[in-house]
Design a protein around this ligand. Structure first.
Ligand SMILES: Cc1cc2nc3c(=O)[nH]c(=O)nc-3n(C[C@H](O)[C@H](O)[C@H](O)COP(=O)(O)OP(=O)(O)OC[C@H]3O[C@@H](n4cnc5c(N)ncnc54)[C@H](O)[C@@H]3O)c2cc1C
Length: 340
């Protein structure tokens, strides 16, 4: 099924029976568990385009199947952007897919993740009801904030049809300072950079260096870059996603060295404590999972390594929310297994 309007999407959910797997561009189709017992695939890539955009309001309403890179191009024509830079954007990730996976990149340090940039959402519930939450303005506290609940829901609570996102101005200048160091030094340096109030937009460790990215006016980024120890190099994309087993892992920022010792390659938002790691085997994933919360994003074909480990204390709450939203268990079968 590939609806091209909100009404078609509503009808597709309402008039079908059985289970539904929501699919965007498919860049994270292996995340959060292997789909099982899928009766229908519901593709969102026919739901594209901007619904409403007034640059002066600093918000944009966009259909969920729109490629995020395409949205950024349209915003850039007005000197604006959404301050979100996950690696999957280059692979064609959709707006809905990025929200459903709560994915983020180095800019998470300065701007937060999808939940911090999403201010309104239109969704289709498992029974075909169209529900709206939030609005088009940044100051908005009325009603339940369902948008935040959908961030990281992996298509299990509802089908995201449209999103209202906060936009930021494109920075007039950027500078990245790279400081060669090991992960232990990276934690210590991160503390010093934060204390010095240099306000980097990103503080990312990968490839044997801590990369501090500054954004703002030319004179400002120049001053802040000069106040950071180390030499200036170009900001390169990380190669970590080339690994056979790739996991996303959360920890206290100071625990980066303990996480990194399990990795063959790692990129880490040091101060946020979100790490993406390549590891060399399923056993290495399980060893890491003994110590830290993680989810497996990529595994070799044929591997039955589960996406999630021991149920953490919030799982009963997650199950209760799932039961309310989707009592018949139609949406995203197999996601969050064995927790759901
Ligand atoms: C017209 C208007 C528009 C606004 N628009 C926005 C907006 O767009 N965005 C925004 O962020 N803010 C907005 N605000 C502000 C926002 O409403 C308040 O910041 C918010 O309600 C919190 O208020 P408060 O901390 O004073 O708590 P209160 O208003 O005093 O209380 C909020 C609720 O919490 C309960 N409560 C309070 N203390 C306790 C306690 N100790 N234990 C248990 N329950 C407690 C109260 O009984 C009440 O139900 C707006 C306010 C107004 C008047």
């Amino acid at each position: 099924m590939k609806p091209t309007s909100l009404a078609e999407l509503r009808d597709a959910v309402r008039d079908s029976t059985g289970t539904l797997l929501v699919k965007g561009a498919g860049t994270a189709s292996g995340w959060a568990g292997t789909p099982t017992g899928v009766d229908h695939e519901l593709e969102t890539t026919g739901l594209t385009g901007i619904v409403a955009y007034n640059p002066a309001d600093m918000t944009v309403a966009v259909r969920a199947g729109t490629r995020f890179s395409k949205l950024q191009e349209e915003l850039a024509a007005n000197g604006q952007r959404i301050a979100l830079d996950p690696a999957r954007v280059q692979a064609g990730a959709t707006v809905g897919g990025l929200i459903a996976t709560a994915d983020s990149g180095p800019l998470r340090h300065g701007y937060g993740g999808p939940r911090d940039l999403l201010i309104g959402v239109t969704m289709v519930l498992a029974d075909g009801t169209v529900a709206r939450s939030g609005g088009h303005v940044i100051k908005n506290v009325a009603g339940y904030d369902l948008g935040k609940l959908l961030c990281g829901s992996f298509g299990t609570l509802g089908v995201i049809a449209e999103a209202v996102l906060r936009v930021h101005p494109l920075p007039p200048a950027t500078r990245t300072v790279s400081i060669p160091c090991d992960v232990t030094e990276a934690v210590e340096l991160t503390g010093r950079i934060l204390e010095a109030r240099l306000e980097p937009a990103a503080l990312e460790w990968y490839g044997g260096a801590l990369h501090a990215r500054y954004e703002g006016l030319e004179s400002s980024v120049e001053l802040r870059a000069a106040a950071t120890p180390g030499g200036t190099v170009d900001h390169e994309a990380s190669r970590v996603w080339d690994g056979e087993f790739v996991v996303r892992c959360g920890s206290r920022p100071s625990q980066l060295p303990a996480v990194a010792k399990h990795a063959t390659a790692i990129t880490s938002s040091v101060a946020v404590g979100v790490h993406t790691l390549a590891v060399d085997s399923a056993t290495a994933v399980e060893r890491l999972r003994d110590e830290f919360e993680l989810t497996v994003c990529r595994r070799p074909a044929g591997s039955d390594l589960p996406a999630w480990g021991r149920p953490h204390p919030a799982v009963p709450l997650m199950r209760a929310v799932k039961q309310r939203f989707d009592p018949a268990g139609r949406l995203g079968p197999g996601r969050f297994a064995p927790w759901f």
